[in-house]
Design a protein around this ligand. Sequence first.
Ligand code: GLV
Ligand code: MN
Ligand code: MN
Length: 391
Amino acid sequence: MTDLADLASVGRDTRRGGYSRHGFDSVELELRTWFEEEAGRRGLDVERDRNGNLWAWWGAPGPDAVITGSHLDSVPGGGAFDGPLGVVSALQAVDLLQAKGFRPAKPFAIVVFVEEEGGRFGVACLGSRLLSGAITPEAACRLTDADGVSFGEAARAAGYDPALMGRDPVALQRIGRFVELHVEQGRGLEVPVGVASSILAHGRWRFSFRGEGNHAGATLIEDRRDPMIPAAQLVVAARRAATAGARATVGRLVPNPGGTNVIASSVDVWLDARAGDDARTREVVAEITGAARSAAADEGCAVEVTEESYGDTVHFDPALRDELAGVLGGVPALPTGAGHDAGILAAHVPTAMLFVRNPTGVSHAPEEYSSPEDCAAGVVALASTLEHLAR
Ligand code: GLV
Ligand code: MN
Ligand code: MN
């Protein structure tokens, strides 16, 4: 039987533990091939759309389709469940439905979205953003990874034509309902399965501080213009600004050139900020930006601030949410602070998410976990959901 354990050896991160699987890298391509084979074994026909997403159709593609799925990429050193659980559970749900002789009356597919985490190219949910027009193909294809390879180049190397990328009304309009099963990522779920109610507003901002590179020993403190100083103050300002349920994180800070005995010439800092609504998120970011600008000025450094991506609060379709909670016997609805392709699609089609309990409350880290029993409950819940929607 197909299982998450089948993927256990693919893309191990040797530094942090967990997995590093990024859009169109060799590991993610291996997982795509695995998915195509698994789909084929079930008699599903795999279609590669023009934006790098895979659709495995059970029967003919068509309008009012029931779509489930998730992503196979991870954050650097991420857990085993975020993304792959939704894909593996979808395959297992099809197994359950096929075993009982169910045939969907509606078009039905499992989708795998490319680069959901933005772990390689910096913008999350690239596949669903491209599909829905939330990012232009020009902007997406310009994004580069740490080695300077652009998303366009990586897509081309994987067999996709960047010139054909962009909003795909045909693929979008045929989605009748989208349901993404996902590991729960906080401490919010106390029963095996729940449904999602909302996603925090969230975005990513890059702060580029420029100062004067110099010698760590020979340069007097009063002579320095060290961009690491405002960068460090930004980190602290982020923690201070994130009050009353808001979240602000600096998980990535890159000094140039990065040497122990070198005052950096520049430092890039990425801020991830999230809050309950647009106004509060903007307020938090404005406070952090103000602190960063003033710290840069104090140190004689320049700073440039770029909003790299942003999405307002998502409220999942309340009718679909309640319908599915009912089908699943009254499971709880809970909000999440994590972003998802489902959140991007929710602006266009009725969308829902099923969450599977994660007793560790840890995600985006190797300790992320759902028990085999809860994963099995997730598959049963997803199968019931899909059967309900596709009949
Ligand atoms: C993706 O999982 C995110 O919330 O950033
Ligand atoms: Mn994630
Ligand atoms: Mn995910």
